[in-house]
Write a protein that binds this ligand. Structure first.
Ligand code: NAP
Length: 301
């Protein structure tokens, strides 16, 4: 089978589409034929060698996102031929999804949304679970006011839609005017590119996707979650009674099922900026690195 592997760190030139032995599913695992995956910032950083401690040994197969078709469901209840989505914690367990065949624990897998193609569905797993789990940590509920920093990015754009579906009022901090329209169209109230335009101590919760650390915006007694691991910890706000975290995404098939329901009900719209064939994996990474995206870079197998 084909797999996208690296045997050294560096630019997209180190990516190789190689012939690799197919995985043998173990107990409790599902064997999936990959139809599409997407590129996440962690894939770019892993390829570069920027993750440091905790990186799986080389050579490694990259990739976290997976949309595909079940080959062997084992004892999971999933049938051969069923369309599924999954997120593999590639850094934690070394099971990269950028391969024709992937074996994953059944608890990481969910039935794919019916309303979209598997190419579109590949935009969901990592970004969607990060949004879902971080909103859960924030414990945000209907009637509360949430600020999302990076509200038009992959994670932020899904968090905005999920929060709106839960009846939360959302303000959006975005990087450029081109993103403001997306945030407004998806129900954001105040939309700004200027952190100084945010209301001081107004938000019950802040979801920070890029290390903005707009800590003056959160209300005393509120909650502040960052996902920007590379930016370091959120400053200590305990003197104001604010709980803080840097959230780390976890494999979570049950969470993915909730997300696929939101896609099928029309509450969650997935955005694909560009699709490349797996043989174009270097060009796909180059496109991802150029930025200015309005959706995910998807790789089709
Ligand atoms: N901890 C975890 O488990 C976890 C999980 C997923 C992602 N992450 C991390 O979270 C970050 C976001 O991931 P993502 O997939 O959502 O990436 P993304 O699609 O690039 O989204 C980031 C968003 O933040 C915006 N942004 C960046 N700098 C900004 C600034 N100074 N002012 C305003 N907006 C700014 C970007 O705008 P532009 O497009 O204009 O740059 C983009 O819209 C990445 O660093 C990723 O590694 C962590």
């Amino acid at each position: 089978m084909r797999a996208v592997r690296i045997d050294r760190f560096g630019t997209p030139e180190v990516l190789g589409l190689v012939d690799a032995p197919p995985p043998e599913p173990g107990p409790g695992e599902v064997l999936i034929r990959t139809v599409a995956t997407s590129i996440n910032p962690v894939d770019d950083k892993t390829r570069e060698g920027a993750i440091g401690e905790g990186t799986p040994p080389l050579p490694m197969t990259l990739g976290w996102d997976l949309a595909g078709v079940v080959v062997d469901g084992g004892d999971s209840g999933l049938r051969a031929g069923e369309r599924v989505v999954a997120m593999s914690h590639q850094l934690g367990f070394g099971r990269g999804t950028w391969a024709d065949l992937v074996a994953l624990p059944a608890r990481a897998v969910a039935v794919a949304p019916q309303a979209v193609s598997l190419v579109e569905a590949a935009a969901l797993p990592l970004a969607g679970l990060t949004a879902w789990q971080t909103l859960d940590w924030l414990g945000i509920s209907a009637g509360e006011r949430l600020l999302i920093a990076g509200a038009a990015g992959a994670v932020g754009g899904l968090a905005l839609q999920i929060a709106r579906a839960r009846g939360v009022t959302v303000d959006a901090l975005v990087s450029r005017d081109a993103q403001a329209g997306f945030a407004r169209d998806h129900g954001a109230d105040l939309v700004t590119t200027d952190p100084h335009a945010l209301h001081d101590r107004r938000y019950d919760a802040v979801f920070d996707t890029y290390g903005a650390f707009v800590t003056e915006a959160v209300a005393d007694g509120g909650r502040y979650a960052s996902i920007a691991t590379q930016a370091g910890p959120v400053p200590d706000l305990s003197s104001r009674g604010v709980r803080t975290t840097v959230n780390q995404v976890r494999e979570d098939g049950a969470g993915l099922s909730e997300l696929t329901e939101l896609v099928d009900s029309g509450s969650l719209r997935l955005r694909v900026h560009a699709t490349f064939g797996v043989h174009e994996i270097k060009a796909a990474h180059e496109r991802f690195r150029r930025g200015g995206l309005a959706g995910k870079v998807v790789v089709a197998f």
